[in-house]
Design a protein around this ligand. Structure first.
Ligand code: AOS
Ligand code: ZN
Ligand code: ZN
Length: 388
């Protein structure tokens, strides 16, 4: 039988990092449906994130994005976060929205463009020094659209040289987290397309360079939990960008498309020590809520990760190992399915009430009046598109 007290204790140690851009207006290349009450400043994004943490109890960290969250005084922003029970998390760079980056940024054939991109990444590390952030998260949109456009290997060499300059700047307690994506916005090659490329580049950089697995960044049918297990085995899983996809990088609420896949991923995390604080795996959301209400969507997403985690922690590992040793396929699969098919919502409601939280965070947020307040107060919210 599972040790429910141990499961509850493990859940108490979980921390989900929410993305500042998940609170603002976002959309597709076809349309941004602006929503009333969205934040107009980085501080207001933190005010909304504080509501997610208030009702879930496990979301005290907020990822920032530079330049979308650029402010004059990052120490003051960190103080604003602290007053709301939050801390600033990963700093996300942006080498994909400047005209200079049409042919790439750190992989660009022109060294002047590469230097510009590296300067931006170094500026992100300066921000980390001011916010106290420990993680620099790099997603590079670099790639090519046509065969022959550029030299694939030369681009890897440029990538390695650019990353090395940034890695050298990091403090001893700071990490470089390199995210991969199999396509988009480039259509023929992406310079960091898969876990292997990220892993190779991170190994060359050093032990504080690790891979970020964005769950929406794989070709259909990819066994993501296999990648997670391998990276944990090598000590190279820096963290997740959790979201859901049906077709491409849809950035939907994590767990909404394939909750079984999310469970299998978190089972491998549990099985391979990924929840231990010393492995320092960052459980980050990376989502855009184009048509759904933003704060409730982030709350639901945090709950989805928490539910999948609870199920993964319920796996009877002794029975699983025993069945695996004897090659009892059906018994081993049944152990995993028993945990996955467990309705953990009563357990989580109890866990929340034991901590003075409402049993249903979504309902508690709806009753809080915060949404009505920000829609009344934040007139003239962010009109621009994604994150701008
Ligand atoms: C882009 O598709 C990647 O998922 C990025 O991680 C993310 O959207 C970006 O970090 C936001 O800045
Ligand atoms: Zn991502
Ligand atoms: Zn993405």
């Amino acid at each position: 039988m599972p040790d429910i007290a141990a499961v509850k204790a493990a859940l108490a140690g979980q921390r989900i990092e929410t993305p500042s851009w998940g609170y603002g207006n976002s959309g597709t290349r076809f349309k941004v449906f602006a929503q009333a009450g969205v934040p107009r400043t980085a501080r207001e994004k933190l005010d909304d994130a504080a509501k997610v943490h208030e009702f879930t109890g496990i979301a005290p960290k907020v990822s920032l994005h530079i330049p979308w969250d650029t402010v004059d005084d990052y120490a003051a922003l960190a103080a604003h976060a602290a007053r709301r029970g939050l801390e600033l998390g990963a700093i996300n760079s942006n080498t994909f929205q400047d005209d200079a980056y049409k042919l790439g940024s750190v992989c660009h054939p022109d060294p002047r463009v590469r230097r510009k991109a590296v300067r931006h990444l170094l500026e992100c590390v300066d921000v980390m020094d001011e916010t106290g952030s420990k993680d620099l998260k790099l997603w590079l949109a670099d790639g090519t659209n046509y065969p022959g456009q550029d030299d694939i290997v030369a681009r890897q060499d440029r990538l390695a040289e650019s990353l090395a300059a940034v890695y050298e700047r990091l403090g001893d307690d700071q990490r470089l987290l390199l995210e991969y994506k199999f396509f988009e916005p480039a259509f023929y090659t992406t310079d960091v397309p898969d876990w292997g490329t990220s892993y190779l580049q991170c190994v060359k950089l050093g032990e504080r360079a690790q891979v970020v697995v964005d769950t929406g960044h794989h070709a259909p049918g990819t066994n993501i939990e296999f990648i997670v297990a391998l990276l944990l085995r090598e000590g190279k899983l820096g963290g997740f960008d959790f979201n859901s996809r049906f077709y491409a990088d849809d950035d939907l609420m994590v767990g909404s498309a394939d909750p079984f896949q999310l469970f299998r991923i978190l089972h491998e995390v549990a099985q391979n020590g990924g929840f231990a604080p010393e492995t320092n795996v960052a459980f980050m959301l990376d989502q855009c809520h184009n048509i759904e209400a933003k704060i409730p969507a982030v709350i639901r997403s945090v709950m989805n990760v928490q539910e999948a985690t609870a199920k993964a922690l319920l796996v009877d590992r002794e029975a699983l190992a025993a069945a695996q040793r004897t090659g009892d396929v059906l018994a081993a699969n049944a152990v995993l399915m028993d945990a996955y098919n467990t309705d953990v919502r009563p357990l989580l409601a109890e866990w929340r009430e034991e901590r003075g939280l409402a049993p249903d965070p979504v309902a508690a947020y709806a009753a809080s009046g915060w949404q009505q307040r920000i829609e009344a107060e934040r007139v003239g919210g962010e009109q621009a598109g994604w994150g701008a």
